[in-house]
Design a protein around this ligand. Structure first.
Ligand SMILES: *[C@@H]1O[C@H](CO)[C@@H](O)[C@H](O)[C@H]1NC(C)=O
Ligand SMILES: *[C@@H]1O[C@H](CO)[C@@H](O)[C@H](O)[C@H]1NC(C)=O
Ligand SMILES: *[C@@H]1O[C@H](CO)[C@@H](O)[C@H](O)[C@H]1NC(C)=O
Length: 293
């Protein structure tokens, strides 16, 4: 009699548990994490720990690739190599995975989704990443002392300059002709320049269940900060928001499709400097964790 009662009781409890606690919330689908420029996986350890603390059992794949100086290698090299890792993880977890990229890592992550459209990433979170390009030299002074915006194009829009990741997404509003002529990366992944891969590039993003774009006006590094949400300068330094830009209006990479299906979320968080996005656990709790599943 005791045993029966007990098992009925535990059955009820289990039932109630399922009702109030969808099973997924115990542990998330695996999360692949890509760090920013001039750092490595250690910079993303705090965020990994937070995910595992709130959702024990979640597998984290925090890429150690292209750490430190090697993070300046061309974007396509990094996309290819980290992308192959991501595809192996995708294959191992057919139920789907999550992807999170910080700063340059968020642009790499986005390009991986496009270059490998057979991925099974459900949610992609871009944490203050130069998705529409970069026109600010603040973070470059470490390795290019004295570099200023006005003349940086001379360095980046050249064969040599395209051998750096930053050159690949340098987007000078005053030198768009050179940008299209020299840039081997951003015009292609943004489908601003059509290629044999354009439809795949669109498919890889459009198939997401959720695209989360996080950034803010006090970032100080991503310039303009709206680039973190696909906004950018037009001709001069007037910023045009994502929804008013051609990339959105022509649905070049699926942003409009995602938005219309309520799968595109943007967060503008004031008061956060660039080096804080991945270290501020309040922010992680508020804007990242709720989107993982
Ligand atoms: C398409 O992508 C493949 C693999 O990255 C690359 O080898 C090829 O050059 C690309 N083609 C075009 C037209 O961009
Ligand atoms: C920038 O361009 C826009 C549109 O052409 C124009 O309205 C605005 O006055 C320009 N701003 C400056 C600072 O040149
Ligand atoms: C951390 O994030 C919270 C929530 O967005 C924000 O209010 C706070 O100012 C941030 N703190 C720092 C040091 O960035």
């Amino acid at each position: 009699m005791m045993t029966t009662n007990k098992s009925i009781l535990s059955y009820c409890c289990l039932f109630i548990f399922i009702l109030i606690n969808p099973i997924e919330s115990a542990s998330y689908r695996p999360v692949v994490i890509i760090h920013g420029v001039l750092t490595g996986s250690e910079s993303m350890e705090q965020i990994s720990a937070r995910i595992q603390e709130t959702h024990p059992g979640t597998q984290i794949f925090n890429t150690p690739r292209y750490a430190g100086w090697s993070s300046l290698e061309p974007m396509w090299h990094q996309v290819e190599e980290i992308g192959q890792d991501l595809m192996a993880i995708s294959a191992a977890f057919p139920e789907g995975i999550n992807l999170l990229g910080y700063s340059q890592g968020g642009l790499l992550a986005r390009a991986i989704l496009q270059r490998f459209p057979d991925h099974n990433v459900r949610t992609f979170i871009s944490l203050s990443s130069p998705q529409a390009g970069q026109y600010g030299t603040k973070f470059l002074h470490l390795f290019f002392p004295g570099l200023v915006c006005e003349t940086a194009f001379e360095l980046f829009y050249s064969r040599v300059g395209q051998h750096t990741s930053v050159g690949n997404y340098w987007n000078d509003p005053y030198h768009q002709k050179l940008y299209f002529e020299y840039s081997k990366f951003l015009p292609l992944v943004n489908n601003e320049e059509q290629s044999g891969n354009s439809s795949d590039f669109k498919l890889g993003l459009t198939k997401l269940k959720k695209l989360v774009l996080i950034g803010g006006p006090d970032d100080g590094v991503i310039t303009p900060w709206q680039s973190s949400q696909f906004g950018y300068y037009k001709f001069n330094e007037t910023v045009v928001e994502m929804r008013n830009r051609e990339i959105y209006q022509t649905d070049a990479i699926g942003l409009k499709t995602l938005d219309k299906a309520n799968k595109l979320m943007t967060y503008t968080v004031p008061g956060v400097t660039h080096d804080q996005w991945h270290k501020n656990m309040t922010l992680v709790d508020l804007y990242i964790l709720p989107h993982l599943d």
